[in-house]
Ligand binder design. Structure first.
Ligand SMILES: [Zn+2]
Length: 346
């Protein structure tokens, strides 16, 4: 049955990095017929953007979040300079506008949540004088990505409108406490949740916590378990997160802030996917697929077998979750496939 997206026509002109060297990609969210996919509920969309294409708001006590609807960054006024966390190329110089809108303080510190260019690839827009802080593994990964000598002819973040970013001046392995002016931030190793080097940015006094690419409030995670590298560590990161006494979560994605309930709900969804992937592995008949496709081409056989396992996991999971998380019908199969492979080999 054809279903229609009910979203209002929104054109997000995502001036990538507002960088003269890169074209500005445009993302269009339009009320098009969305094939056979479920409509996204209105509650899953965030606040309206301003004329410049972003939304900025104070969470509490000088802690702000900024979004263009798909990516998020955070900044904090301290009385002695602004601390910024992340620089998605989709926000780019809009981040500078958002900061200038609410404070005259200059940017003194930049924190990278992790090494992925889609979240930090616009960090060159910040002043050279800002001190950059990140996990040691994040620094290593950025250095490797930006090292053209190792054979990658494409520069860091170039397909996202980003460019090379400053290497961190301060790195840590497990925990780093940053006190600037009237704010204290705890930067904590997220133990391989998403990618090695990913961190929790905890602001205990204001009960705000930012962690990127782990939780997707109201939505299913981005495809293939949000590109997480280690499935057990990804699920465990949810439990680690719930150990902190936060009220508001800045997740790095989409147009809304999160809560503890979002973490609990997503963990339940991912645990269901784990169980359903195991059930699918136990019930899919490999021999029947081998009979149909033969064994001469083992890659074809495995492709068909693993696809069938993922299909079964997807169907069982969507029975419960199709209407509980936006776009669950878009990405659950890819989560299932990733979990199936993790159960097989990890
Ligand atoms: Zn990432």
């Amino acid at each position: 049955m054809k279903k229609i997206l009910t979203a209002t026509l929104v054109t997000l002109s995502l001036a990538a990095c507002d960088n003269d060297n890169h074209p500005s990609p445009t993302i269009i969210i339009a009320p098009v017929e969305s094939h056979d996919y479920l409509p996204v509920p209105a509650s899953a969309f965030g606040p309206a953007l301003n004329e410049q294409g972003y939304y900025v708001a104070e969470i509490r006590d000088g802690i702000y979040w900024v979004t263009e609807g798909v990516y998020q960054a955070m900044f904090i006024t301290t009385g002695e300079g602004v601390i910024v966390v992340d620089a998605p190329p989709t926000l780019g110089k809009k981040l500078l506008s958002a900061i200038a809108e609410v404070t005259e303080e200059t940017i003194s510190h930049v924190i990278y949540s992790h090494s992925h260019a889609d979240h930090i690839g616009a960090a060159s827009v910040f002043p050279d004088t800002a001190t950059v802080i990140a996990h040691e593994e994040t620094a290593k990964r950025i250095e490797r990505s930006q090292n053209q000598a190792i054979g990658d002819p494409y520069s860091f973040g170039m397909f996202l409108g980003g460019s090379d970013v400053p290497l961190p001046a301060i790195t840590f392995t497990e925990e780093y406490e940053l006190t600037i002016g009237n704010k204290t931030l705890q930067l904590i190793n997220a133990q391989d949740g998403h990618a090695p080097g990913n961190i929790f940015i905890n602001i205990p006094e204001q009960k705000v916590l930012m962690v990127v690419d782990i939780i997707y409030p109201e939505w299913t995670p981005f495809g293939e378990m949000a590109q997480s590298e280690n499935m057990p560590a990804y699920l465990h990161a949810h439990e680690l997160l719930l150990n902190y006494d936060f009220d508001t979560l800045v997740s790095g994605h989409l147009g809304q802030l999160g809560t503890r309930e979002d973490v609990e709900k997503q963990l339940a969804y991912l645990r269901d996917i784990t169980d359903n992937a195991a059930t699918a592995l136990q019930t899919t008949d490999f021999n029947a697929i081998a009979t149909e496709y033969g064994q001469d081409n083992p890659w074809l056989l495995f492709e068909k077998y693993l696809d069938s396992v993922a299909d079964t996991c997807n169907e069982i999971t969507l029975d419960t979750w199709a209407e509980q998380l936006a776009a669950a019908d878009v990405f659950t199969k890819s989560h299932c496939a990733k979990m199936v492979e993790s159960l097989r080999i990890d």
